[in-house]
Design a protein around this ligand. Sequence first.
Ligand code: PLP
Length: 296
Amino acid sequence: MNSSDRRSDVLVMVPGVMGSAPDGAEAFHLAAIDSPQLLVTDFVATRGDGVFETLGAFDGTLVNVRPHLERLTRSAAMIDLPAPDLEVLTAALDAAVAAHEPVRELTVRLSLTRGVEGTDEPTCWIHARTAEDYAPARAGLRVITLDRGLSTTAPATSPWLLAGAKTLSYAVNMAVLREAQRRGAEEVLFVSSDGYALEGPTSTLLVQREDRFLTTPVSAGVLPGTSVTSAFDALRAMGRQCAEELLTPAQVKESQGAWLLSSGRLACPITHLDEAELPVDRELTARIGDAIAGRS
Ligand code: PLP
């Protein structure tokens, strides 16, 4: 694409997400961001029924594409959607990044819905836009704990509650952020009803206890994070031990450091958890952030 044709906000519609586009259309195409693309009868509009992924692209390079697409497939399976065509999605993601004007950090959101009522054809689109300024979050977050109301056994006993699926029903995840703001904080750490630290509404918990780095087991009902996998790879290369382990909020408060990790914001150190102040290692935070951004 000619660099003068590049856009500041890119929308790619993907009618061929299931492998073949209806009526022999292209598998995906660039679409106008400022004209209507969705029908009001799409199940995502009427029920929030769909799944999504948010990827980061740093200096024009998408990070962890395969893990994100595999997680999308996992989330889709959890809500009984068929598996998307990962080759089509990979090409469509590349097209979205190529069509965007060059920026240091890009947020690329991929949505897959149950589609328009009565059609049995999922709707899929990719939206790429310049990332917001995450510098304040990367400097540190005041975090409060909030009860998620689900036990760590919920995935096994009540899989229909979709714990650990990245569904488009994120109203609760957004509501808790407003609750945090009302309480003078910026972020939330969900706690299970049986008393364990889980994850943030859009992030994975990483905790340093002595020389070990720990995250919440996926079996407890958290989203399997792509960022924590990158962070663990980098930490292991530095000779550190990493593991999945359940921790109580009290243990996080006494830790040597804790972070909320995600593909866009990278590594955000928790400066305060409720009333407790936590140590912050800026150099380690930067190294973990670089690993998540694919820079190391
Ligand atoms: N947990 C939840 C609930 C999320 O929504 C996200 C990402 O948005 C994450 C964890 C972090 O996932 P990743 O590291 O793959 O961005």
